[in-house]
Design a protein around this ligand. Structure first.
Ligand code: PEP
Ligand code: MN
Length: 357
């Protein structure tokens, strides 16, 4: 590993550097006449993904120029294949592309059931919908809360789709994990490391959305918080970052999607709804996301967008979502991938009367 040191690094700083290097099993040599470059060569131990951060965090280290020999867990090693995340029939990565769809917020059980049936018929393999809504204003609708979790559980069983729903508060993680197949950590919570630790512990798949002002590096570090706690089931979601122009709600960062597909083995999806903010722009952004290499899409769908309690302007009608799903299937076929479709629910095995189940 190569470090660039501050020109004002003192003899005491260099002593600290030598100690940290020794503790982590590296031999230190100072390079150059100004001794502003430090080379660390591993002498002992297996290396640790924390090596890089241990040096980066020292006040007099300006930059780590070369990564340590122990990559962080999100990193794709040379030649490493895509990780594949499977949830029910859905699969993301390794040539599998899946669609997640549903309302922004849960509003009533009947409406959720109707929407779930429609998105499944159109090709979605995961149902989305927020019981707890992160809203910019405290005066906006904050979601129906716990009651919505019961609706999700019943609708999921009835329609045969696993569900993804957001959890905002570490205190709600256990209750949400009881019904959710995938826990969503939203853009506003991406850097909440206490929440990331708590969701990781459930062992459930985690849909991690990029913060509106988060760099790609910060996004990957947030994923690392989950991976470092032994939960490798992370799905990254690009949903647009804050731009200077309000024509679209957010600026969909397709470069980040293409980059992430190379830099990490984790599957990556695109949320065109929160990027567009307007329903007529959702399909083109969705197609662009898939063309950039995304392993799936998460799309907001509502049967009556005008009546939606949140994000109605960007919601697709079920028919428009069905058209998008057809386009998605055709598009991913072009690069040798395939769109995963819902499987017919298997009939429940019948047990003879009185038999122990
Ligand atoms: C959502 O998915 O409904 C949501 C709130 O998204 P984001 O966290 O990306 O704003
Ligand atoms: Mn929304």
């Amino acid at each position: 590993m190569l470090l660039r040191l501050s020109r004002t690094a003192s003899a005491a700083d260099l002593e600290v550097l030598a100690r940290v290097a020794r503790e982590r099993g590296f031999e230190l040599s100072l390079l150059g006449r100004e001794r502003s470059l430090a080379e660390l060569v591993r002498q002992a131990g297996a290396g640790d993904p924390g090596d890089r951060a241990a040096f980066e965090d020292l006040a007099f280290v300006e930059a780590v120029l070369e990564a340590s020999d122990a990559p962080e867990l999100f990193q794709r090693r040379p030649g490493q294949a895509d990780g594949v995340l499977e949830v029910g029939a859905a699969a993301f990565g390794g040539g599998h592309v899946s669609l997640i769809a549903g309302p922004c917020a849960l509003e009533s059980e009947e409406r959720l059931l109707a929407t779930a049936r429609a998105v499944r018929a159109a090709g979605a393999t995961l149902l989305r919908g927020g019981a707890y809504k992160p809203r910019t204003s405290p005066h906006s609708f904050q979601g129906v809360g716990r009651e919505g979790l019961a609706w999700l559980a019943r609708v999921s069983a009835e329609v045969g789709l696993p569900v993804v729903t957001e959890v905002l508060d570490p205190r709600d993680v256990a209750a949400v994990a009881e019904v959710a197949d995938v826990l969503q950590v939203g853009a506003r919570s991406m850097s909440n490391s206490a929440l990331l630790a708590e969701v990781a512990r459930t062992g459930k798949a985690i849909l991690l959305k990029r913060g509106a002002a988060a760099t790609v590096r910060e996004f990957l570090s947030a994923a690392e918080h989950v991976l470092a706690r032994g939960n490798g089931r992370v799905l990254l979601c690009e949903r647009g970052v804050r731009g200077f122009d309000k024509t679209t709600r957010n600026l969909l960062d397709l470069g980040a999607v293409a980059y992430l597909k190379r830099a990490t083995h984790l599957p990556v999806i695109v949320d065109p709804s929160h990027a567009a903010g307007r329903s007529e722009l959702v399909a083109p952004l969705a197609r662009a996301g898939l063309a950039a290499g995304a392993d799936g899409l998460m799309v907001e769908v509502h049967p009556e967008p005008r009546e939606a309690r949140s994000d109605g302007a960007q919601a697709l009608l079920p028919e428009a979502f069905a058209a998008l799903a057809r386009d998605a299937a055709a598009l991913v076929r072009l690069d040798g991938r395939h769109l995963v479709l819902p499987v017919e629910p298997r009939p429940r095995p019948r047990t003879p009367e009185g038999a122990r189940t």
